[in-house]
Design a protein around this ligand. Structure first.
Ligand SMILES: [Zn+2]
Length: 295
């Protein structure tokens, strides 16, 4: 299995406790219970890049909280602060680079839920206030009673492969020299394989067949599930959609290896290691991606 960013939290999510009011009340006064310390919804880390936790007992009573689960037999909670929604994530990438994947995974789950709560303060059906329930894993409308559940949006992210090279593209807002795998949201009524083929065609004019799944990871900006794939391109021709991409290039294994190693003379600068595009490029460069015909 390919290890990806924002995974490996090791939390027992203890779903059976989420609707058990008595059990939740006991967890909230558990002397070992911990509350994740955040700045808005950004992580705060110590010198070793580890998340900072406070005793839950010291926290304000009655505030909205998410029960993340049990870790090392200690109940773990996250606050639900009011935050600015849809804020770009670039500012915390340096912090994420310091964090172990297990720590980033715990924070990522909290961030996705916090942002979701902030986007769902009111019911989408009747407009009444919606109240946190299921220990933070849902909101229930106070007007019509409709239950709302946290949303995860599937996104495909993929490499097209053609004669020993793969396609990487550049969006205008990327840092200098950065190229990455192409990506896009899966649309209603579409399979993963169809979304991969459509996005590559739309953004780069590349036709692919034989789409193979490689790996997945959560991406908490705000709540995507990234599904990494590889497909075989019919030709090396590129027809760029300049609304989406500034440039796209084919890179061979040596070039991808140099980019992942951070070499100055590499043909492009690779995405950060906590992004699945990095894991996908690594899997391809190391020959770990499923071979053609394995779909
Ligand atoms: Zn309602």
């Amino acid at each position: 299995m390919i290890r990806t960013g924002f995974t490996g939290a090791g939390l027992d999510r203890a779903d059976h406790l989420r609707l058990d009011e008595a059990a939740l009340a006991a967890l909230a006064v558990h002397e070992e219970a911990l509350l994740l310390r955040l700045e808005g919804h950004d992580p705060l880390v110590d010198e070793a890049g580890a998340l900072v936790w406070d005793a839950l007992a010291a926290a304000e009573a009655g505030a909205e909280r998410i029960f993340l689960g049990l870790l090392d037999e200690r109940p773990r909670f996250a606050p639900v602060p009011r935050v600015e929604i849809g804020r770009p994530a670039w500012n915390i990438f340096p912090t994420l680079s310091l964090m172990r994947s297990e720590e980033a995974a715990i924070w990522g789950a909290a961030r996705s839920l916090i942002e979701w709560h902030n986007r769902h303060l009111f019911c989408g059906r009747c407009g009444s206030a919606a109240r946190l329930f299921r220990a933070g894993w849902g909101r229930r409308c106070t007007g019509c009673g409709l239950d709302h559940f946290p949303r995860v949006d599937p996104v495909v992210i993929m490499l097209a492969e053609h004669r020993g090279r793969v396609l990487v593209g550049r969006q205008p807002q990327y840092p200098p020299r950065r190229y990455s795998a192409l990506a896009g949201f899966v649309e209603p009524g579409e399979s993963i394989e169809e979304a991969v083929a459509r996005e590559l065609k739309e953004e780069a004019g590349v036709d692919v067949t034989d789409v193979r799944y490689v790996a997945s990871q959560p991406w908490p900006f705000p709540g995507q599930l990234m599904i990494a794939c590889i497909g075989t391109a019919a030709s090396g021709e590129i027809e760029l959609d300049t609304n989406e991409l500034e440039d796209a290039i084919w890179v061979d294994r040596e070039g991808v290896g140099a980019a992942l190693a951070g070499e100055a003379e590499a043909p492009f600068a690779a995405p950060p290691r906590f992004a699945i595009a990095h894991s996908l490029l690594r899997a391809w460069a190391d020959g770990l991606a499923p071979p053609r015909g394995a779909a």
